[in-house]
Design a protein around this ligand. Sequence first.
Ligand SMILES: [Zn+2]
Length: 286
Amino acid sequence: MLKGLSTSFVENNLQSSFWYYTRVKYPLEHIQPMFVDAHIHLSDPALKDLLPQIILEAKITRTLLIAVAEDTSTSALNLKIAAEAGEVVKPFLGVHPWSLQNEGFESEVMSLEPERFAGVGEVGLDRKYARDDVEYRRQREVFEYMLRLAERLQKPLSIHSRGSVDDVLSTLTTYHLRGVLLHWFSGAPNQLKVACDRGYYISYGPAVIYSKKTKQLASSTPPDLILTETDGPVKFGGVFQNRIALPAFIPSIIFTLSSLHKLGFEEMRSIIFENALNYLGSKYNK
Ligand SMILES: [Zn+2]
């Protein structure tokens, strides 16, 4: 009790506070989400200080966060974040192509008990991160190991394909996968067509708001294969003036996608959210 303040004054202020409404009157732990950020690196050290705010904002804006990872330690951290945040966070287990893996990484992955995760990602190929053919071959071995894992567990995948779209597309055909997402797709229109013909999801982020090339790709993607993402803590240019992408950007991304597809905002939003549920392979449990 604060000195000099009456009980009723404190109670009145408490009851009109945001805290009271979000924790006591309408607990945000059991929200029904409407939006999805299908690819965000919540366990990235650059988001550490912002994390409580991001989770709270996601609950307020009713945004489901699909938390991808770069290695086994960020994957483990995703589990911890999801355990604390509740249903609003879906933790993924990932090994990003930029982190060259040593022999024995498979046992590190298995020690995390992959079945505890909602999906596998970020995984993929990227020639830019390989200094030579030996390193690129190693990337491919790691990618294929993670694909086998996703196939065995029938978990959705979040895939990085920059500069290696053809290699990624040809590799994927050898597995029986469910829920494939090519995140931040930056390939050619004909590669996009191959991906869409196979029913792969394509996610669009803040760049679709200001990049002509991304707008063209998004216009050619059937609405029932579109997901939204931020790839936070990536910083975006254009109208975002080099700011870290946050889930609060998602409605603006949907607005742009809805005008590209000549759909209403609410129609586009509900298609995308339904896509997210299909991608994750589970209806959202209240
Ligand atoms: Zn990413």
